[in-house]
Structure formats: structure tokens, C-alpha cells
Design a protein around this ligand. Structure first.
Ligand SMILES: Nc1ncnc2c1ncn2[C@@H]1O[C@H](COP(=O)(O)OP(=O)(O)O)[C@@H](O)[C@H]1O
Ligand SMILES: O=C(CO)[C@H](O)[C@H](O)COP(=O)(O)O
Length: 515
């Protein structure tokens, strides 16, 4: 290029599939988010603890949001595309058509969502085997992982689903297949949810022991026998059909994906914090805990050597930051629990009317209402005699018991708005105490954590953030770019494009001066 001539701008698209919606972002060469779009996705709960989605509905939403964020951009300047998604299980037949995961035979609903707890009997039997792969999921397999769900399908939907199935994908891998036609799986999803080892590969004895020897006989073709690191470029990039669907050009680089929490972790954990007086400044990245808080909260801590934390998932090698081990603590419902408590209260209609009248979200209204009623006291004192145990959907970490239930103590015979606001506060505090419980378990096992990096929908709630700082006693860092999960997805696309050497060179992307 001759002197003075400007290089054309290069753009990357990140797509994030959460539990309730799909989001896309257009990001420039230095990691700045230029355009954002979101779109809700459908969910079904045909019976208690069964949660289903449709891969076609999710793909259609990905197409809507991607088209929106690239509007007005020269498509030749878009260099790479990355996906992250919840770790839900997608089932397709041998011709890649959706198969039903329900007794009703509705093949539109072909996704068992991550929070589905139908496979309790199956996971109990898996845990009774005490197989050595369980050491790498915190000692106890979760009903939210894929092996118990696969066993449930074999035992309950043999003819309509299991015998016809050709492909079982984690949702992030389904999306990269849909975009490229390449069935390779991401190391992230297989290591974290499918018992694959980055060092040793699949363990035949595990699948035989739990009654899923079918996969071994088949050389794992249905669940993945080609595995790539997140950010690796897939095949020849975007297929012409997918390019038409998404409103992009064929051949654009598409990356091996990440689970959504891991994309958030990648988006925040390497933040450049110089000049902010934070305790983690100049300290190893292993002193940071990324907390991705949306429908659920995921607590991502990394280490140079494997650390075995009872009840905390992992250690997983290279599943988030290449070359580092990852421990993943979690709370299965956090945003969903807050919504549940607030929406189920008798004063909720009054809250909606009052928040609407003030053009505020219900949470902004509740936060200012708490400020009003706390008078001279710190807000935390409003709940001295009201307490919530937050395990309404079980305890993911560190108790690793998804059959646990929630509870509230200190209820009175009042149902007014003050009462709702205080119950909301107690719920937020209970979730923050759960995070502290997880940190304590991680530290007892060898982690040394000094600073929290929050992202996800709940990090937009100042009360949630403040309670996490107060209750853990740690500083909480928020990125100026609130859509950090999307930054993580775009990092994948940027890496796949070849414009950057590796995911590591990008994990501080766009963070300078973003606090
Ligand atoms: N501005 C906000 N204030 C308070 N809560 C919020 C805000 N934005 C989102 N949330 C909460 O965050 C949760 C959803 O987070 P999100 O990251 O979008 O979830 P997911 O990735 O699981 O779809 C919901 O419970 C929602 O109520
Ligand atoms: O299991 C997980 C990550 O390992 C996540 O909790 C699950 O994918 C849902 O995420 P979100 O709350 O962002 O929808």
C-alpha cells in the first residue's frame, strides 16, 4: 500500500445466543462495538423441569440480528464471524433435520435446554459409577450436562428420536455447523459438557459404563470426532446458503465457537486495568474471577496448573483461555430467580404501573424505592429479618445438588410495594452470598482471587453489582462495553479471519480506557 493511503476498515461479527434472546454485534479492528441488535427466542416448558427450544427458531433469530448489525456496511469489509451460545443439546437426524426431544413428537422442539432437569435418574446412575472422568467436572456430574440427557433420550424416546438421530450438537457447535457445513466441534463445549479431555480425547470406558456404548462403536461420529480450539477457522468459511440467510458474503471466516459464559469470560478476564488502583493491577490474571450473570451466573477462574474444587466444574484445560485450566462455578438461576420473585409478588402489577409512569425499568424503580425506604440506614439493613435461600432450581456450586429447593424466612402478612422491594433485595443478597460461597470453595482448593469482573444482563443492575462487592468484599470491575459476551464472540471471528495471531493476542481487545 502506498504512503498516505488508508487501509480499508475491517469488521467482525459476534453472535451470542442466550437463554432468552439472541444478540449480534458488529465490532471494528480495535474491538469497539459499532452496532448491536437483539431478538427474543422461543422457549417451551411442556412439563415441570422439561425446557425445550427450536434450533430453526434460534437460527432464524441469528439471521435477523446479523442482518441488522451489518446494515449500511460494505460486506467485503466483514472478515470474520464468531458464535457463542448456551450449552443446550440439539438433536438432528442423519439428513440434519430436527428430531423431537419430547413425548409429543413435536420435531420443531429439538433442543433440550441447558436448565432442563429431566435426566435426574440418569445422572444419579452416572455418578454412582464414580468413573475417573467425573474428577474433571467437580467430582459430580450435573444433570445440566449432556451425557445424562443423551441417556434419557435413549431410554425414553428410542424410536422417535434416538434410533433416528445422526447428530447431537452442543448449541454453539450447531451454529458453526449451520454456518459452514463443518461438523467439527469446539474443544470448549466437548471438554466442559461432554467429558472430552483436551489431552486424552474421549474415554471409551465411560460411555460403555453408562450404557452409551453406541458412540464408541460409531467412532464418536454422532457427537464429534474432529475437535478444534475456539477461534479456529472452519472449512471454507460461510457457505453460500448460510451467507444468504445471514445477509453476509460466502467464504467469510467462521470460528469454532464458545459456550456463552466462556465468551463472556474471554471478553472480560484480560481487561487492562492500569491506572485504576485495583488490587489485581500487576498481578497474574489468575487472581481474577469473571462472573457472567444472565439467566444463570457462571464463575470462571483460571489457573496454570489444574485445581480440583469439589462441587465446582472442571478443571477444564484450554476451554476458555488457551493454555490455562478453567474452574467454572455456577448458580443455575439468578436473573431468572429475581424475575420469578418479583413477577410472582402480589404488588407486581402496581410496580409495573409505577415504573411505566416514571419511564423506568422495574429494576431501576425498585432500586430507587429501596433508597427511599432505607432512610439513614445502609440498604443492606432492610433485610435483617428476611432471608432467601436461592436454590429454587437446585445448587450447581459448590453443593452440586440440583435437587435442592429454595426457601424464604421472615415473611409477614403484608403484600405492598415495600414488601416486594425488600424481598427483591433479599434475593439479590442471597445470590451474592452464593457467589461468596463459591469463591470460598475455590480459595480453599488453591485459587487466590482478589477481583471480580462482571458481565451479562444482571451487571446492568447497580444493586446487583453493589451487593456482590459488599458481600464478597472484593472490587467489582465493569467494562465500559456492557456487551462483553458479544466482544468474546467477535474475538472468535477476528481470530478465525487470520487478522490476529491467536485468541490470546485479543483477550485485552478494546479494554484500554473502558472503565
Ligand atoms: N438493565 C437491567 N437491570 C436489571 N436487570 C437486568 C437488566 N437487563 C437485564 N437484566 C436481567 O438480566 C437477565 C438476563 O440477562 P441476559 O444476559 O440477557 O440473559 P441470557 O444471556 O441468559 O439470555 C434477566 O433476568 C433480566 O431481568
Ligand atoms: O451452563 C452454562 C455455561 O457453562 C450457562 O449457565 C448456560 O449456558 C446458560 O447461560 P445464560 O445464563 O447466559 O443463559
Amino acid at each position: 500500500m502506498s504512503g498516505g493511503e488508508q487501509k480499508p476498515e475491517r469488521y467482525y461479527v459476534g453472535v451470542d445466543v442466550g437463554t432468552g434472546s439472541v444478540r449480534a454485534a458488529l465490532v471494528d479492528h480495535s474491538g469497539v462495538l459499532l452496532a448491536f441488535a437483539d431478538q427474543p427466542i422461543k422457549k417451551w416448558e411442556p412439563q415441570f423441569n422439561h425446557h425445550e427450544q427450536s434450533s430453526e427458531d434460534i437460527w432464524a433469530a441469528c439471521c435477523v440480528v446479523t442482518k441488522k448489525v451489518v446494515q449500511g456496511i460494505d460486506l467485503n469489509q466483514i472478515r470474520g464471524l464468531g458464535f457463542d451460545a448456551t450449552c443446550s443439546l440439539v438433536v438432528l437426524d442423519k439428513q440434519f433435520h430436527p428430531l423431537p426431544v419430547n413425548q409429543e413428537g413435536d420435531s420443531h422442539r429439538n433442543v433440550i435446554m441447558w436448565l432442563d432437569h429431566r435426566a435426574v435418574s440418569q445422572v444419579n446412575r452416572i455418578n454412582e459409577t464414580k468413573h475417573s472422568v467425573l474428577q474433571y467436572v467437580g467430582g459430580v456430574m450435573s444433570v445440566e450436562m449432556q451425557a445424562p440427557k443423551l441417556l434419557w433420550l435413549k431410554e425414553n424416546l428410542r424410536e422417535t428420536c434416538w434410533d433416528k438421530a445422526g447428530h447431537f450438537f452442543d448449541l454453539p457447535d450447531f451454529l458453526s455447523w449451520k454456518a459452514t457445513g463443518v461438523t467439527a466441534r469446539s474443544l470448549c463445549s466437548l471438554v466442559c459438557k461432554w467429558t472430552y479431555s483436551a489431552e486424552k480425547g474421549w474415554d471409551d470406558s465411560f460411555w460403555k459404563m453408562i450404557g452409551l456404548e453406541d458412540f464408541v462403536a460409531d467412532n464418536y461420529s454422532k457427537i464429534g470426532n474432529q475437535v478444534l480450539p475456539p477461534g479456529a477457522s472452519l472449512g471454507n468459511g460461510l457457505t453460500p446458503e448460510a451467507a444468504r440467510d445471514l445477509g453476509l458474503l460466502p467464504g467469510i471466516a467462521v470460528a469454532a465457537s464458545l459456550i456463552d459464559a466462556h465468551a463472556g469470560g474471554l471478553g472480560v478476564i484480560g481487561a487492562d486495568v492500569r491506572g485504576h488502583g485495583l488490587v489485581c493491577e500487576g498481578q497474574p490474571v489468575t487472581s481474577r474471577l469473571a462472573v457472567i450473570c444472565g439467566t444463570s451466573s457462571c464463575h470462571m477462574g483460571i489457573s496454570k496448573d489444574p485445581i480440583f474444587v469439589p462441587g465446582v466444574w472442571g478443571p477444564y484445560f484450554s476451554a476458555m483461555v488457551p493454555g490455562f485450566w478453567l474452574n467454572e462455578g455456577g448458580q443455575s438461576v439468578t436473573g431468572k430467580l429475581i424475575d420469578h420473585m418479583v413477577q410472582g409478588h402480589a404488588a407486581f402489577p402496581e410496580l409495573q404501573v409505577k415504573a411505566t409512569a416514571r419511564c423506568q425499568s422495574i429494576y431501576a424503580y425498585l432500586n430507587s424505592h429501596l433508597d427511599l425506604i432505607k432512610k439513614a440506614q445502609p440498604v443492606g439493613f432492610l433485610t435483617v429479618d428476611l432471608h432467601v435461600w436461592p436454590d429454587f432450581h437446585g445448587n450447581r456450586s459448590p453443593l452440586a445438588d440440583l435437587t435442592l429447593k429454595g426457601m424464604v424466612t421472615g415473611l409477614k402478612l403484608s403484600q405492598d410495594l415495600d414488601d416486594l422491594a425488600i424481598l427483591y433485595l433479599a434475593t439479590v443478597q442471597a445470590i451474592a452470598l452464593g457467589t461468596r460461597f463459591i469463591i470460598e470453595a475455590m480459595e480453599a482448593a488453591g485459587h487466590s482471587i482478589s477481583t471480580l469482573f462482571l458481565c451479562g444482563g444482571l451487571s446492568k443492575n447497580p444493586l446487583f453489582v453493589q451487593m456482590h462487592a459488599d458481600i464478597t468484599g472484593m472490587p467489582v470491575v465493569l467494562s465500559q462495553e456492557v456487551e462483553s459476551v458479544l466482544v468474546g464472540a467477535a474475538i472468535l471471528g477476528a481470530c478465525a479471519s487470520g487478522d490476529f495471531a491467536s485468541v490470546q493476542t485479543l483477550h485485552t481487545w478494546g479494554f484500554v480506557e473502558r472503565f
